[in-house]
Design a protein around this ligand. Structure first.
Ligand code: NAP
Ligand code: HSE
Length: 437
């Protein structure tokens, strides 16, 4: 049987997992690929670090150029993360006629347009299944399985760390910082964990999903991004009492006015399947005009789940080594010269429902003032709950659910409510999505 040689950039959480899966399942992988896949060389930062994976027979180097210049390597697997070095190594690999597999969503979301253009010129593939939703084959599902559909919207829990934190806060009342540190030790978090908690990682992934779903270029800078660090235990509890769950959601919607691209904490009705996706698990709900709603579920982070996607990409690349570049599945699902320039909507023009929480003086007329402000901006209230003042404070907690309204109207309403003398502090706002149509 012939052998295809692979070079790994990185042997950390995902690189180590990839090596283990390639070795453990070598026979089945050969039967699928039609040839043996052998790791010839791997680059790491510290060659003296103890590795949990077996590196016997593999050249280990601290110079990543050795991998992308290696004369026998046909496929370079980029798993070092970050932007600048990863971009330069991937561009060199492409220039050297090597195919690339990467799990690096920041790289694809921010430099993918340039990378794919170069790859197309050189007739090589750049595969990135592991960049979105860990082990879930969501890129393949949208790019190939749903290729007959007009995709209307997609919504996903696409950051394992964030979902792990929200689940542990809800189920065990654990402290935010404590759960984040556990996620880091389990290898789920990004090198800079603010990417996870502030929604940047999810925004990278949403950029990629939207591009392949709608046939638009990658436009990371246009994603509205809000993290979960402001979510309190109180909001988690009130949401549950109202029949909702708070999830950190990435949402892309193809509307008549343009495309919505947004990542933010979201109240979802508890009865939706996606509201019950807990811990490090991810799920992506995709609505196609022909198929209707479809849901994809699986581990969103971690060594072997991510390796599952990386290895599938390596096999895919190896299988198509002999096919003409023009006959391969396009990188962004649509032919490169057929991408659309539909506008991305600014957040003010997005319509959604809201959960509002505020601290109000417990006296007559206060609620009337608040509802008058909402009414004047065409915001209708779906539910209203007032909690009696607790302890020393004379402030009641007021929680409201509204019907759908333009974000710009809600911004004005919140500003006016916060200006009322009877309201103390900021109004907490969390968007609500029913995900039913
Ligand atoms: P990681 O554990 O930090 O591993 C990074 C690896 O790259 C390490 O082996 C490190 O070497 C090596 N490295 C870093 N800088 C290098 C340099 N200048 N030269 C040579 N080697 C270098 O990271 P990871 O969690 O595996 O993540 C890798 C990529 O996968 C990232 O793009 C991440 O976003 C993505 N991803 C991660 C997950 C996950 O669950 N962790 C899931 C999906 C996608 P040393 O080992 O010597 O330090
Ligand atoms: N840090 C990422 C997450 C890794 O927690 O989802 C998977 O992309």
């Amino acid at each position: 049987m012939s052998v295809v040689k692979v070079g790994l950039l990185g042997l950390g959480t995902v690189g180590g997992g990839t090596l283990k899966v390639l070795s453990r399942n070598a026979r089945e992988i050969s039967r699928r690929a039609g040839c043996d896949i052998e790791v010839a060389i791997a680059a790491v930062r510290d060659i003296n670090k103890a590795r949990l994976c077996d590196t016997d027979g593999i050249t280990i180097t601290s110079n990543p150029q050795d991998v992308v210049e290696h004369p026998e390597v046909k496929v370079v697997v980029e798993l070092i993360g970050g932007e600048d070095l990863a971009r330069s190594l991937v561009m060199t690999a492409i220039a050297n006629g090597k195919h690339v597999v990467t799990a690096n969503k920041a790289l694809i979301a921010k430099h993918g347009n340039e990378i794919f253009a170069e790859a197309q010129k050189k007739g090589v593939m750049v595969a990135f299944e592991a960049a979105v939703a860990g082990g879930i084959p969501i890129i393949k599902a949208i790019r190939e399985g749903l290729a007959g559909n007009h995709i209307e919207w997609l919504a996903g829990i696409i950051n394992g760390t964030g979902n792990f934190i929200l689940t542990e806060m809800r189920d065990k009342g654990r402290d935010f910082a404590d759960v984040l540190s556990e996620a880091q030790s389990l290898g789920y978090a990004e090198a800079d964990p603010t990417f996870d908690v502030e929604g940047i990682d999810a925004a990278h992934k949403l950029t990629i999903l939207a591009a392949i779903a709608f046939g638009i270029p990658l436009q990371f800078e246009k994603v509205y991004t809000e993290g979960i660090s402001q979510i309190t235990q109180e909001d988690v509890d009130y949401a549950e009492q109202l029949g909702y769950r708070i999830k950190h959601l990435g949402l892309a919607r193809n509307t008549d006015q343009g495309i919505e691209l947004r990542v933010h904490p979201t109240l979802i009705p508890c009865k939706r399947l996606i509201a019950n996706v807990d811990g490090v698990m991810n799920a992506v709900l995709v609505k196609g005009d022909a198929v209707g709603p479809t849901l994809y579920y699986g581990a969103g982070a971690g060594a072997e789940p991510t390796a599952s996607a990386v290895v599938a990409d390596v096999i895919d690349v190896v299988r198509t080594l002999t096919s003409d570049p023009e006959n391969r599945v396009p990188h962004l699902a649509f032919q490169a010269d057929s991408l659309s320039d539909r506008p991305i909507l600014p957040m003010e023009k997005v319509e959604t429902a809201y959960y509002l929480r505020m601290q109000a003086e417990d006296k007559p007329g206060v609620l009337a003032d608040v509802t008058r402000i909402l009414g004047s901006l065409n915001i209708s209230i779906e539910a209203l709950v007032q909690k009696e003042p607790k302890g020393e404070t004379q402030l009641a907690t007021v929680i409201m659910l509204t019907h759908r309204v333009l974000e710009e109207n809600m911004n004005k309403a919140i500003k006016n409510i916060e200006a009322l003398a009877s309201i103390t502090g900021r109004v907490m706002r969390i968007r609500v999505e029913h995900l039913s149509k």
